[in-house]
Every structure is written in structure tokens, then in C-alpha cells.
Design a protein around this ligand. Structure first.
Ligand code: ZN
Length: 61
């Protein structure tokens, strides 16, 4: 099996990880209830998506 020849120093490991970053989700406002919703996601408050009721009211998160 492939195996690293030598251990990476903490500095090299951490330098590689400078590119890892949490992404901030794009947020929108629900047209029905005004709640803040993630884009391309059914509103968790009222179950609306693109101006239509697509799901019964459901609290997920
Ligand atoms: Zn809503």
C-alpha cells in the first residue's frame, strides 16, 4: 500500500490547511413568512418553496 516516506511537519500540515475554510451559505428571505432560509431549500417555518406550499409545516432545525 502507498505509504508516506516521512512525516509532514506541523508547519507543512497547517500550511496545507490554510485553504480549508467553512463556507457561509447563501441566505434568502422566505416570501411567505419572512424567515431567513438557505437558498434552494424549502422554508422550514412554513413549508413554502418558490411561492408555493410544497410541504406541511414541519420543524426540522
Ligand atoms: Zn416561510
Amino acid at each position: 500500500m502507498a505509504h508516506p516516506k516521512s512525516r509532514l511537519s506541523k508547519q507543512r500540515r497547517d500550511k496545507r490547511r490554510t485553504h480549508y475554510k467553512a463556507e457561509v451559505p447563501t441566505l434568502a428571505t422566505c416570501s411567505n413568512c419572512g424567515a431567513t432560509v438557505e437558498y434552494h431549500t424549502i422554508c422550514p417555518e412554513c413549508g413554502f418553496y418558490r411561492g408555493k406550499q410544497v410541504m406541511e409545516k414541519q420543524k426540522v432545525a
